[in-house]
Design a binder for this molecule. Structure first.
Ligand code: SAM
Length: 276
């Protein structure tokens, strides 16, 4: 057993579906912490029960994070050892904790990571898409117009793109990605990682969207969507054509949008619409 530091906050990664993925060190920290800050105390209580642990919990979520900072800081300054967990995976990664960690570091508190599961990294590790350089985009905006704008802005990004998405929006998100990145862009959809119905679909954005449309089971659960980056040597006209096509297809029929985008950019119409 390692000795927990007094007055430190441990940021503890927890499983994303399989309790067996909790590390031995994570267990030790949770067992020894004076107080555990948790995104949802009921959820964390269930996990602690399953581990046979009983520790005091403090709710810390996106709606009360700022108000909690002073309270947490006071506990740490009085020599208590605290842990921060989210509902699943690594705190701060599309989860609460950023404001707390920032403020505690500014106050000179030791903030120490207990690394472990993270859905984005787990998906990337099995996707078979370039992983030497990637950018984590988290959840695309919920509103269609904002989402399309964000995706259009990413159309020329050459690094592998990693997104989180929920079951409610997976189909519309895939449709918007097809418009922004092209039907033929390579992609991987990792669903329910480490759980009973874990599925990793690979192919193009078009083939993955078709597979999701054809099977209701593929629309259930939690998703990481990984999209390969734009080719490094993609011709500037094609890149501009794709950008225009994605924008225009929001307001006109795809065939018309492709015709106009091709005229304006000089890219071949076929490359913009109906596959690569
Ligand atoms: N902090 C977490 C992490 O480290 O991965 C992510 C939290 S975020 C609120 C939840 C999102 O992560 C889900 O909507 C889904 O996109 C992704 N996710 C979490 N668990 C997953 C799993 N088991 N399989 C696939 N995606 C998962």
């Amino acid at each position: 057993m390692f000795e927990l530091k007094k007055g430190a906050l441990y940021v503890v990664a927890t499983p994303i579906g399989n309790l067996g993925d909790l590390s031995a060190r994570a267990r030790e920290v949770l067992a020894g912490a004076d107080l555990i800050c948790a995104e949802d105390t009921r959820h964390t209580r269930q996990m602690l029960n399953a581990l046979g642990l009983d520790r005091p919990l403090l709710a810390l979520h996106e709606h009360n994070e700022s108000e909690r900072v002073a309270q947490v800081l006071a506990q740490l300054q009085s020599g208590k050892t605290l842990a921060l967990v989210s509902d699943a995976g690594t705190p701060l990664i599309s989860d609460p904790g950023y404001r707390l960690v920032r403020e505690l570091r500014a106050a000179g508190i030791t903030v120490s990571p207990i690394p472990g599961p993270c859905a984005a990294i787990a998906a990337l590790s099995v996707a078979g898409l370039a992983s030497d350089r990637f950018c984590f985009e988290g959840f695309p905006p919920h509103k269609a117009s904002a989402r399309r704008e964000r995706l259009n802005a990413l159309a020329g990004e050459t690094r592998t793109l990693v997104f989180y998405e929920s079951a409610h929006r997976i189909e519309e998100c895939l449709a918007d990605m097809r418009a922004a990145f092209g039907d033929g862009r390579e992609a991987v959809l990792a669903r329910e990682i480490t759980k009973l119905f874990e599925t990793v679909l690979d192919g193009t954005l078009a083939s993955i969207a078709d597979a999701v449309a054809a099977d209701a089971n593929q629309r259930k659960g939690e998703f990481v969507l990984i999209v390969s980056g734009a080719p490094e040597n993609e011709d500037a006209a094609l890149r501009e054509g794709r950008r225009l096509y994605a924008k225009l297809s929001e307001v006109m029929k795809p065939s018309q949008a492709a015709k106009l985008a091709a005229e304006l950019s000089g890219a071949p119409r076929k490359a913009l619409y109906g596959g690569e």
